[in-house]
Design a protein around this ligand. Structure first.
Ligand SMILES: [Zn+2]
Length: 326
């Protein structure tokens, strides 16, 4: 993984390349921007670039240092991350303690703190002292999608590098290249992903595509139907993430039928593999009924914010759909 593989962040990557080439290194950086746009990847690549034995506008990825960082076993490159919850003071203290020694192998010791807004107060204070008097050969990179939650005293000591949402066109290209999606499917998922590569990749994952096939197969009575709509409602309402994925696909299905009614452009259809069934439904269901289903789905999205019962919501939606296509 080099700078070239971080897509859609040309501005940030250009700055990082300049830092390496000009050797104007700050002691602390803050990589900030939305979730899933490549901040952590850029931080790790920056750590590699700072220590690469053969850097030429990008990391070589084959020198000892690059390989050790790739494997997460470089003694002078530390990545602090939490699963959930806070970054613990003990962990920070151990790292700060290590900073009094010279790096073992690297030119620059690198400490990357992912989701750094999860610092608790005492961890922040401990870290602040390090930021005030940083050891000469140490570079600290704070990564955050909520930098406003970091104390001002920490923020003021960091050189900021801004990361932005990935353009939809770039996401589409990534999905076609990495997951082999068709341009239409890739474009649709890219639009749903709100500028986040990780969201786009997760939407196109086997798990999510499996949910899509289950939902659309049941709606169209096609393929290996695992049960009826109500069985799926029970299955998909247990987990919040899966619930929303299921709801998204039901939405796209009826949105497609509306598009077929009002436009004849095949390029606008997301679920083209279900075209045959949708074309027969298009004749059966009135536009009014379709809009009613879409409105109900929208109200379910809103209702979830008020802790509406997920299974009940899907059951009611199922009844509406069964009535409309019966
Ligand atoms: Zn290298």
């Amino acid at each position: 993984m080099g700078f070239d593989e971080i897509k859609g962040q040309d501005r940030a990557i250009k700055i990082l390349r300049q830092v390496i080439n000009n050797k104007h290194l700050a002691h602390a950086y803050l990589f900030h921007g939305p979730d899933g746009v490549g901040k952590k990847k850029a931080a790790i690549t920056f750590a590699k670039a700072l220590n690469c034995a053969d850097f030429e506008d990008d990391v070589c990825d084959i020198c000892v240092s690059c390989r050790k960082i790739n494997q997460g076993i470089h003694p002078d490159v530390t990545l602090i991350q939490t699963e959930k919850g806070e970054i613990k003071i003990g962990e920070i203290r151990n790292i700060i303690k290590g900073m009094i020694y010279k790096p073992l192998e690297a030119k620059n010791r690198i400490v990357i703190v992912d989701e750094s807004e999860r610092f608790n107060l005492s961890a922040s204070n401990a870290f602040l002292k390090t930021l005030e008097e940083p050891p000469a050969d140490t570079v600290i990179i704070l990564v955050s999608s909520n930098p406003d939650m970091l104390p001002q005293t920490v923020l003021s000591r960091c050189h900021r590098i801004a990361f932005s949402n990935i353009p939809t066109r770039t996401l589409t290209d990534i999905l076609i290249e990495k997951n082999g999606l068709t341009p239409v499917a890739a474009d649709h998922i890219a639009n749903l992903a709100n500028g986040s590569v990780s969201k786009a990749l997760s939407l196109s994952s086997e798990e999510v595509q499996g949910i899509r096939m289950d939902i659309l197969s049941v709606l169209s009575g096609k393929g290996n139907v695992k049960g009826n709509l109500f069985d799926l409602a029970e299955q998909y309402s247990k987990d919040e993430k899966i619930f929303y994925e299921a709801l998204d696909w039901i939405y796209t299905y009826f949105r497609d039928i509306i598009m077929m009614k009002v436009q004849s452009d095949l390029n606008l259809i997301i679920n083209r593999d279900f075209y045959d069934h949708m074309i027969s439904l298009k004749e059966k269901i009135s536009l009014e009924t379709l809009l009613d289903i879409i409105e109900y789905i929208k109200s379910v999205y809103k209702g979830q914010e008020r802790n509406m019962n997920r299974q009940l919501a899907l059951d009611v939606l199922g009844i509406k759909i069964m009535r409309s296509i019966a």
